[in-house]
Structure formats: structure tokens, C-alpha cells
Design a protein around this ligand. Sequence first.
Ligand code: ADP
Length: 161
Amino acid sequence: MRRVVCPGSFDPVTNGHIDIIGRAARQYDEVVAAVLTNVNKRGLFSVEEKVDMLRECTADVGNITISQFSGLLVDFCRENDIGAIIRSLRSVSDFDYELQIAQMNYRLAGVETLFMTANPQYSFLSSSLVREIAQYGGDVSSLVTPYVEQRLRDKYESRES
Ligand code: ADP
């Protein structure tokens, strides 16, 4: 059984994430999309909300499970019998950052990191840009699913009131 993890902040999940997770699911037996719980960095959405949005966006694919983790990703991999980490590369700057982490994870626990190139259609897309556009009422309908779009609207409306 070849189980891999797609880790991330997913704050919120975008069409770029869904593209990578879906492509990984066609290559491996099981993909675990794992939301990082970072106690030092409060996101826009809670971990529960991020997990809920990921579940909704990937509901039609059978071999994807959604999880969450805190602490070291390599420990999460060991505890869940995960053989490799999938990360995606949008740009050279992603590569610079990812290479160092991948080498450290291998050094720490012998866990491999496999890179997938981002779909050029989404290579400009990041959760932070989506948050910024949505915050000012911009149109994010081509960047996230309708469900996530609604969650963003709810979030910013509740903040205003
Ligand atoms: P992190 O904070 O760990 O980078 P993100 O949620 O930003 O978490 O990203 C999780 C993973 O999804 C990373 O491998 C990242 O490169 C990838 N990713 C983010 N945005 C896109 C996109 N638009 N297209 C493809 N992959 C993406």
C-alpha cells in the first residue's frame, strides 16, 4: 500500500491544492491531506474549518483522507505508515524553500519528499492571495470551489459585524 501525505496550511484550500491532491491520488493508493496545526501562527480559519473545507472539496475522490497534525511532519508520517511527502513547486522560490526542508526531513527520519510541478493554470495562486482578494470583496470564484467561496464570505462578513 503506497500511502503519501500532502501537508499544508490550507488556509483555505484552493483549486491549486485540489489539483495537486487529485493528481497525487491518481499516482498513489492513498493520499492523506494533512492540515498543519501551528500554535505560533493563527490562520484565518480554524483547523476544524480547514478540515471541513478539504473534506467537502475532495469528497468525490475515494482514496483521499483528511487529517491534521502538529509537531514534526516526519513523526506524523511514522505514526501513520506514510512513505513519502508530496509537495508542489510553483516557482523557483518554492524550490529554494522546499529543498532545505526535504533534505532535513530525510536527514531526520529517512522520509522521502516527492515534488510535483504546479499546474501552470494555478502557479500564481496562493491561499494568502485568495484571503487578500476575498477580504476586499474581490471575485475568487475561479480560484476556489463555491463552498470555500461561501466560507470566505461568511468569515469576512462575521468579522465586519
Ligand atoms: P504551506 O504553508 O505548508 O506551504 P500551503 O497550504 O500554502 O501550505 O501549501 C500546501 C502545499 O500545496 C504546498 O506543497 C504548496 O506548494 C502547494 N500549493 C499551494 N498552492 C498551490 C497552487 N496554486 N498550485 C499547486 N500547488 C500549490
